[in-house]
Design a binder for this molecule. Structure first.
Ligand code: ACO
Length: 399
């Protein structure tokens, strides 16, 4: 076997960096993270302040355009987004071609790619008006697609958007409203969801955002780039972790295994079992988002009058892990996904919708990064190098 150092020498300047642990692919002015200190800022504003006082659309504007909007700008943008929520009736039929068992994340990514087909002549990445329009269309229509993916998975009819409602309330109604009945918005649920979405809006060069940038660097439009980002988010090591956390908690509860015994299995790496919702490539301290989510979990469940033993189980797991040498030495702390699932469950979302909610949250970040990449004068197609380790030249055998 040839070692990496030898290979690097052989190939001149190429170095290998598995998982891009040390290699920056770009400069960016959008999000700042200090993983050692547990700091996260969007365009300089601390996440704690935004989560407390801002709205999903205001933060989206901030990420995309670099500054907070004026009240008039935000109002006009909100109005414009509300006017674009309808899906083409033919696209609605697209959902019925998919099997009832389809995972809502697969439905979301394929419907987003399909959405592109309706706007092919208005989504040119080099036309600034098209870029604005596509930004608005994606922000307006993705939540509707997400809600239809949910409705499809439970066999219920799709509702038309109600554009008199705010972004988050409209989304809740599309998910939980039923035809011919008035849907009552619960302000506690609405505020908590807005907060969770804000916490997810950006996280610099994570796998899905890097995917969006890489696909965008080829000249692909925002629909195609975002659809690729959704697929990257789907994996259990990334956005899929929120679903995996709830599955893990439910399995521990149903198996009757003690939390301590489960943690031992994680530490012994039995069958590759991991403590899902723990650990992060960048945070080597408590994820600041996880702190805020944990606060919300208690508040939301109390307000809704829900007592979920899975929340108790999650807290017990956290307590044991944080006091255990294995996790301390590796600096493994809860990440944003550890407590979100418990809240989504209390709100009434099925487990398979959790990563879809993450995608709606992350959409503004994807759009901001796509735009930063697109307008960067040093833009270049993303094309990693490799170190070839295959066979040397050989002759095709005569038969
Ligand atoms: N449970 C148990 N051990 C873990 C965990 C975990 N959740 N995470 C990392 N480790 C261990 C690894 O086994 C490794 O141990 P070793 O040195 O004995 O081999 C060590 O900690 C370092 O871990 P890496 O895998 O090298 O860390 P990396 O930065 O590559 O991975 C990741 C980060 C993927 C998030 C990882 O911590 C993980 O798989 N966590 C669980 C999945 C998860 O929650 N993902 C969500 C991430 S946040 C997000 O996308 C929003």
């Amino acid at each position: 076997a040839i070692d990496i150092a030898t290979l690097t020498k052989q190939t001149g300047h190429t170095t290998i960096d598995y998982g891009f642990v040390n290699t920056a692919a770009t400069k960016s002015a959008i999000t700042y993270i200090d993983g050692d200190e547990g700091i996260l800022r969007y365009r300089g504003y601390p996440i704690e302040q935004l989560a407390k006082a801002s709205s999903y659309l205001e933060v989206a504007w901030l990420l995309i355009y670099g500054e907070l909007p004026t009240a008039d700008e935000l109002d006009a943008w909100d109005h414009r987004i509300r006017r674009h929520t309808l899906l083409h009736e033919d696209l609605k039929r697209f959902f019925s071609a998919l099997p009832p068992t389809a995972h809502p994340m697969s439905v979301l990514s394929s419907a987003t790619a399909a959405l592109s087909t309706y706007y092919e002549h208005e989504s040119d990445p080099d036309n600034p008006d098209h870029v604005e329009l596509t930004t608005v269309r994606l922000l307006a229509k993705l939540p509707v697609i997400a809600a239809y993916a949910h409705k499809k998975s439970i066999g219920q009819a799709f509702l038309y958007p109600d554009n008199s409602l705010s972004f988050v309330d409209n989304f809740l109604r599309l998910n939980f409203g039923v035809m011919s009945e008035q849907y009552e918005i619960n302000p506690v649920v609405s505020q908590a969801l807005e907060r969770l979405l804000i916490l997810h809006e950006d996280h610099e060069q994570n796998a899905s955002t890097s995917t969006v940038r890489l696909v965008g660097s080829t000249g692909a439009n925002q629909f195609s780039s975002v659809s690729a980002g959704i697929n990257a988010l789907y994996g259990p090591l990334h956005g899929g972790a929120n679903e995996a956390v709830l599955d893990m908690l439910a399995r521990i509860r149903d198996s009757g295994e003690s939390v301590q015994r489960f943690v031992e299995r994680v530490k012994n790496k039995e069958d590759g079992v991991k403590l899902m919702g723990f650990g992060h490539r960048v945070y080597k301290n408590y994820d600041p988002r996880a702190k805020l989510v944990k606060e919300s979990a208690d508040a939301v469940l109390a307000e809704l009058g829900v007592h979920d033993p899975l929340l108790d189980l999650a807290k017990e797991l956290e307590e044991i892990a944080l006091n255990d040498e294995y996790f301390q030495q590796r600096r493994l702390y809860p990440n944003v996904d550890f407590y979100t699932g418990v809240i989504y469950k209390a709100m009434g979302f099925p487990t398979r919708m959790f990563t879809v909610l993450f995608a709606i949250g992350r959409l503004p970040g994807w759009l901001a990064h796509w735009r930063e990449m697109q307008y960067d004068p040093q833009k270049k197609i993303g094309r990693p190098q490799q170190l070839y380790v295959g066979s040397p030249e050989r002759d095709y055998p005569r038969r």
